[in-house]
Write a protein that binds this ligand. Sequence first.
Ligand code: CA
Length: 219
Amino acid sequence: MKVLIVEDEPTLRKLEKRYLERNKFQVDEASTGKEALGMIEISHYDCILLDLNLPEKDGIQVAKELRERQNDVPIVMVTARSQMYDKLKGFDSGADDYITKPFDMKELLARVKAVIKRSSIEKNDILKLANMRIYPERNIVEKDDEEISLSNKEMGVLEYLLRNRGVIVSAEELLEHVWDSNVDMFSDTVKTHIKTLRKKIDPRKKNIKTVRGKGYIIK
Ligand code: CA
């Protein structure tokens, strides 16, 4: 799961990043609304943690622009004062939830998880592949009553391929969507993860196919 933190206060941004990373999220950071919009255009995020008071474009403008672009990424808006809450409710800003500074990191994590979960239920997911049921939230694949645990990245790769079923997905695209932006784009890491993923759920390579020179596909 990948989160974009949009926060102009570096100390808080680092704190949030560290906490979310410790809880197994991949995290990118932006310090202005404009920068955030640019990043969202090129990368997929499972949740945006969006500060309300930002330079250039504030959180409400960013949320509105995203919704105008038909982007339904879950947004948790971070507001500075409790009275902002009522104001925000009046606005139809497009945020899915709000949290007021100062907040507890645990609460932040709970909100992030909740909006991601809600949006994946809306997308009515139980992902399926052959005789397997895939639960991205729990990093688990169920196969004939057996539960197979995947790592975060293995699940990320599997989920991305499943959501793009029938389409060849390149290693670069996987790196961009499943890893954070610090990943070495020339590394072998996708190959390694496909290998371990196959070992766990597709040892005969029946479901996850390699298309030589192009990438991977689930049909
Ligand atoms: Ca701010």
